[in-house]
Ligand binder design. Structure first.
Ligand code: FES
Length: 107
């Protein structure tokens, strides 16, 4: 079973076991993870679900899509190479552990 490890803005880690196919944003919201606002509900229209993906597992994610890429430009926190919109990320069975760091602000 894959695990998503969220590092909240205050540095606290929350590890959550998920079924393959679980969405990174929805899992965070459903489990009370701090720092993911997800204002648009997952439509890639708000960039308030911005996360930084750790190297481990990142190569198993699909590349940044065109709309995601545009939205990341308007993210409140600094955009980095590891930036993704968590609503666009689903954990596959090939991923054992996915670590995402949540920035200190989303708006
Ligand atoms: S929830 Fe709005 S872009 Fe991800």
């Amino acid at each position: 079973m894959p695990t998503i490890v969220y590092i909240e803005p205050d540095g606290q880690r929350k590890a959550i076991q998920v079924e393959a196919g679980a969405n990174v944003m929805r899992t965070a919201v459903g489990n009370g993870v701090d720092g993911i606002v997800a204002e648009c509900g997952g439509a890639a229209m708000c960039a308030t679900c911005h996360v930084y993906v750790a190297e481990e597992g990142a190569e198993l994610l699909p590349p940044v899509g065109e709309v995601e890429n545009e939205m990341l430009e308007s993210a409140a926190a600094e955009r980095r190479d590891s930036s993704r919109l968590s609503c666009q990320l689903n954990v596959t069975s090939h991923i054992e552990t996915l670590v995402v760091r949540i920035p200190d602000r989303q708006m």
